[in-house]
Write a protein of this length. Structure first.
Length: 534
């Protein structure tokens, strides 16, 4: 169906020509699922975008061909195709599910309208007929409350619902080829599993081919029959997925596979009996304003009771909406509880004065999920890391504060010259290191890590986790590690707490919890992890 031959893609900027992908050669057969594996920057997404000629103006195909066989049997070289020919193919013959559904969907139009627009672009039908088709496709992708989803804006839906809307839009014109670019990144394991199963079911029903792009070896193994390994813009290995898993030929492939089942540390005993936090009968309710029905309150957390000990890493796991982030933000007092108490070294947080609260926030820091949006794009890294030192009156002069910032950069394995750069000049992994440096700037006792490595490549994840473990041992830090990735939680945590619908359903040591879960919900979470079975 698709044959890519000697494809070379290059970037043109300020008179400089830089290769991005070089001499790519691969095929996709009818009804086949081919996986593209590789780290960020290896050329995976650029290759996918080139198929539909969606490359930005500064990036061009300079050599090679992309031969595609249409539904009517006509063959066309997509590289040489005119804009009109490509527009007739986009959506109808080849469709794409992008990595970030929130940024891929238009925020000012309702979800149903956007899917309806795709259908009417390729079919001469009325709005009423298109509406019926949209509802049918929403049912096909197993969305509940289809009429509500149709009339919802993207921000009103969860990540899993948005991804299903994107899939419904992609299959709405029955394409021959579906390109899925990291469609399960940042989704919790049960939603991830349901999306993979959904793609398999739709493929079987419609007979389409799938080009599945991911950096996750386990996810790729669940869906792809054949796999391509990308490294620095080249395909260094391609074979049946089972063959690559059993007998990888390239050292880079072997390295990727080593992150699939990382070695677990020896289970440690409780590192301390000193209680840092005591959370007692905590309940949290959030307000939801509506112009017609007034203010409604929704309870997010119910009667939470946890002790957090000095020097331990406490893992918080659960599906999206289970209350993990709300609990983390309640602990740092970014969200006020409806009832119950949170005590830090015996001091109840809701009784702290302004000055005491400021001192508390010096001791307890948070690293947010998205390293892109959590850094101010308008100020340099030096200014960003100096800011908390100024707020808390640390170091007496400019020279002392700059010396501290340079120490922080070195601590997280960055360079002195990074002091003068802006956030957009760093990779995702580097930005996460900057988030860690900012949290460390005020020498805290406890750091909350909210999904802080979820969207990073496996190799970068391991680098960040090793850095966190090293810093914890060096400064006797306490961590609250929030993640939907149970493999990572198992790897780094001393103790794990499982949340479901705002309540604690189970807690225990990682190895015990994974081998002998007491609750069906926990067992289902573990069974949903790609590559792991009870």
């Amino acid at each position: 169906m698709l044959s890519i031959q000697n494809l070379t893609i290059e970037a043109f900027q300020e008179g400089v020509q830089t290769p991005i992908c070089t001499n790519l050669n691969f095929t996709i057969n009818s009804g086949e699922t081919v996986g593209i594996l590789g780290e960020s920057g290896s050329g995976k997404s650029i290759t996918a975008l080139s198929i539909l000629k969606l490359l930005p103006p500064s990036i061009k195909i300079t050599r090679g061909s992309i031969d595609f066989t249409k539904k009517d049997g006509e063959k066309i070289d997509l590289v040489k195709a005119s804009l009109k020919e490509i527009q007739s193919i986009r959506g109808k013959e080849i469709a794409m599910v992008f990595q970030e559904p929130m940024s891929s969907l238009n925020p000012v139009f309702k979800c149903g309208q956007q899917v309806s627009e795709t259908i009417r672009k390729h079919q001469n039908i009325s709005r009423k007929e298109a509406y019926a088709q949209v509802i049918n496709f929403f049912n096909k992708v197993k969305l509940k409350e289809t009429k509500r989803i149709f009339d919802s804006y993207p921000h009103q839906l969860s990540g899993g619902q948005l991804q299903r809307v994107m899939i419904a839009m992609a299959i709405s014109c029955s394409p021959s080829l579906l390109i899925a670019d990291e469609p399960t990144t940042a989704l919790d394991v049960t939603v991830q599993k349901s999306i993979l199963n959904l793609l398999k079911e739709i493929q079987a029903e419609m007979g389409m081919s799938i080009l599945f792009i991911t950096h996750d070896i386990n996810v790729n193994a669940e869906i792809a029959k054949r796999s391509l390994i990308f490294y620095r813009g080249e395909i260094i290995e391609q074979a049946e997925t089972s063959q690559i898993l059993k007998n990888p030929q390239q050292s880079y492939t072997k390295e990727l596979l080593s992150f699939r089942t990382p070695e677990l540390p020896l289970q440690k005993k409780m590192v301390s009996d000193v209680k840092e936090f005591s959370i007692n009968n905590l309940s949290v309710s959030l307000s939801n304003s509506n112009q017609y029905f007034g203010v409604k309150k929704k309870t997010i957390l119910h009667n939470i009771n946890i002790e957090i000990y000095q020097g331990e890493t406490l893992g918080l796991v659960g599906e999206s909406g289970s209350g993990k982030t709300t609990l983390g933000r309640s602990i740092i007092k970014l969200i006020e509880p409806a009832s119950g108490t949170i005590s830090f070294h015996g001091n109840v947080l809701n009784k702290l004065s302004g000055k005491e609260l400021k001192n508390f926030r010096k001791k307890v820091q948070i690293i947010f999920q998205d390293p892109y949006s959590s850094l101010n794009p308008k100020i340099t890294i030096g200014a960003m890391l100096t800011e908390p030192l100024l707020v808390h009156n640390l170091y007496s002069n400019t020279k002392g504060r700059k010396r501290r910032v340079l120490e922080l950069l070195k601590l997280v394995n960055l360079q002195e010259e990074h002091y003068y750069r802006y956030p957009h000049q760093f990779s995702g992994g580097q930005r996460q290191r900057l988030g860690i440096a900012r949290a460390l700037a005020v020498e805290p006792e406890l750091i909350i890590l909210d999904e802080s490595v979820s969207a990073l490549d496996a190799s970068i994840q391991m680098q960040i986790l090793n850095l966190l473990i090293d810093l914890k041992n060096r400064y006797n830090l306490t961590y609250i590690f929030i993640s939907h990735d149970l493999n990572l939680v198992r790897l780094i945590s001393d103790r794990i707490v499982v949340l479901q619908d705002g309540a604690i359903v189970e807690e225990g040591l990682p190895n015990e919890l994974f081998t002998s879960p007491k609750e069906a919900y926990t067992a289902n979470l573990i069974a949903s992890i790609p590559g792991i079975r009870l």
